[in-house]
Design a protein around this ligand. Structure first.
Ligand code: B16
Ligand code: MG
Length: 218
C-alpha cells in the first residue's frame, strides 16, 4: 500500500475537450491539400503528438511526398488556426467536476500536475482559469517521447519530488493508461470500461471522482 500524495492529469479529454478545435483545424488543412478528414479519423489522433498526427492525417489522405521541412510548415499552419480557437476558450468549457476535484485535492495538500502531449497546454489552462490549480506542468514542450512512453508522468513525479507509487494518473486515452502503468503509477481511466480496461478504476468523468475513491486506490 502506497500513500497517494499527487494526482497527475491528462488535459484533453480529462480537464477540457479540445477535440472539436483540433478537428476543425485538421479538416481545414486536409481540405486545402485536396482531401477530406472525418470525425472518426480525428478520434484516432487523441493523445497523439502534433507531428505524428500530421503524418497520420497525410497518410489517410494519400499524401506521401512531403519533406520534413514541409511537414513542419503544415503542422505549424494547422497549429496557428488551432491557437486562434483556443484563445477564445472560457471557464465554461471545463469538463464537469474537474475544477471542484482539483480544488478538493489542494485543500487536502495532495499535489497536482498536468501530464499532456499538447504544446498548447498552458494557454488552455490560462484561458479556462485553471492554471493556479496545478503545482507542476509537464507538456509537449518538455517531453520528447509520446505516450505510451511513461516519460511525461515520470517527469511529473520527479518535478514534484515524489515516487511514482505515490502518484495517481487520470487519463482518457488507452496509450495514456499504458504510459501510467509503465511509470509504475495507479491510473483512473476517464471514459468507458470496455476501452480502458487496464485502468485501476474507470469513471465517466471527474464529476464521478471523490477523495474517498482516491483513498480506496491506495
Ligand atoms: P498540440 P492530451 C493531446 O492532448 C491531444 O489529445 C492531441 O489530439 C494533440 O494532437 C496533442 O495533444 C498535441 O497537441 O498540437 O496542442 O501540441 O490528451 O495529451 O492532453
Ligand atoms: Mg487525453
Amino acid at each position: 500500500m502506497s500513500e497517494i500524495k499527487a494526482c497527475i492529469f491528462d488535459l484533453d479529454g480529462v480537464i477540457v475537450d479540445t477535440a472539436i478545435y483540433h478537428y476543425k483545424a485538421w479538416k481545414r488543412l486536409a481540405n486545402e491539400l485536396g482531401f477530406d478528414f472525418s470525425e472518426e479519423e480525428n478520434e484516432k489522433l487523441k493523445g497523439v503528438s502534433r507531428i505524428k498526427s500530421l503524418e497520420l492525417m497525410l497518410s489517410w489522405g494519400g499524401v506521401i511526398d512531403k519533406t520534413g521541412v514541409e511537414k513542419e510548415q503544415l503542422a505549424s499552419r494547422k497549429n496557428s488556426w488551432y491557437v486562434e480557437m483556443i484563445n477564445q476558450m472560457k471557464p465554461e468549457e471545463i469538463l464537469p467536476g474537474a475544477q471542484k476535484f482539483l480544488e478538493e485535492l489542494r485543500k487536502r495538500d495532495i499535489k497536482t500536475a498536468l501530464g499532456s502531449a499538447s504544446k498548447n497546454a498552458k494557454v488552455i489552462l490560462e484561458k479556462t482559469g485553471l492554471l493556479h490549480l496545478f503545482d507542476v506542468l509537464v507538456d509537449g514542450n518538455v517531453v520528447s517521447a509520446s505516450k505510451p512512453d511513461p516519460e511525461v508522468f515520470l517527469k511529473g513525479a520527479e518535478l514534484l519530488h515524489l515516487k511514482p507509487e505515490n502518484c495517481v494518473v487520470f487519463e482518457d486515452a488507452v496509450s495514456g493508461v499504458e504510459a501510467a502503468k509503465a511509470a509504475g503509477m495507479k491510473v483512473v481511466g476517464i471514459g468507458s470500461l470496455a476501452v480502458l480496461k487496464n485502468a485501476n478504476l474507470v469513471i465517466p468523468g471527474l464529476h464521478e471522482m471523490s477523495l474517498q475513491k482516491l483513498k480506496e486506490l491506495q
